[in-house]
Design a protein. Structure first.
Length: 107
């Protein structure tokens, strides 16, 4: 099964509640047929109008676009993020990406 199909089956597991920022920490877990291991950790900062995500990954085979797709799925399906915009920083290269809500998803 290809990587794109696997992205749609990534599981999200919340890590212990944080007292300081970030307010939420989530592990992103690959489907069993892709190893079933946590391949990334997302730190979530909640804001009134914009949220922030710092994504640390151990998945060099995934492109930045694929990582952003997984981050979008976490925001929509794992957290139910209410923000219209989310800034995602990929820790691998410190690149910044702005996700904008369009309907029920982010692009």
């Amino acid at each position: 099964m290809g990587m794109e199909a696997a992205i749609e089956r990534v599981a999200f597991r919340r890590v212990g509640q944080q007292e300081k920022t970030p307010q939420q920490v989530w592990d992103l877990v690959a489907p069993p047929d892709h190893g079933g291991h946590a391949f990334a950790r997302a730190e979530i900062w909640e804001g009134e109008s914009q949220w922030g995500v710092r994504l640390h990954d151990r998945a060099p085979e995934m492109s930045a676009a694929q990582l952003l797709r997984v981050a979008s799925r976490l925001l929509v399906w794992g957290i139910g993020c209410p923000a219209d915009t989310v800034e995602v920083v990929l820790a691998r290269d410190h690149s910044r990406h702005l996700l904008i809500r369009t309907g029920a998803d982010y692009v």
